[in-house]
Design a protein around this ligand. Structure first.
Ligand code: FES
Length: 103
């Protein structure tokens, strides 16, 4: 399957230091705004599928709202127990004020 850039939302829709849940090709994807730069990961925690869009951002990391596992938002890396499997991350670019996610 070829990847393409999917228009997900306006840049201003992703709150500063917050999250926004979007759908990309049927997948739930979480967008993050870190100091104006947008990143995207799969929304579901790799431990027990909590929605990371309901999590808490600290220092470039997303804390899962259920068991408090941490992931690096930029790389998707699982950082703390009980999370051991990395999150899928998606390339992001902003074009004309729109956030495009490659999937
Ligand atoms: S569901 Fe995320 S840490 Fe358990």
């Amino acid at each position: 399957m070829t990847s393409e850039w999917i228009d997900t939302c306006a840049h201003g829709d992703v709150p500063e230091d917050g999250t926004l849940l979007v759908r990309v090709k049927g997948e739930q994807v979480c967008l993050y705004n870190l100091d104006g730069e947008v990143f995207a990961t799969h929304d579901r925690c790799t431990h027990a599928s909590a929605s990371l869009a309901d999590g808490f951002i600290t220092d470039g990391k997303i804390e899962c709202p259920i068991h408090s596992g941490l992931f690096d938002i930029r790389t998707g890396r699982a950082l703390t127990a009980p999370c051991t499997v990395d999150l899928k991350v998606y390339p992001v670019r902003v074009d004309g004020g729109r956030v495009l996610v490659q999937a």
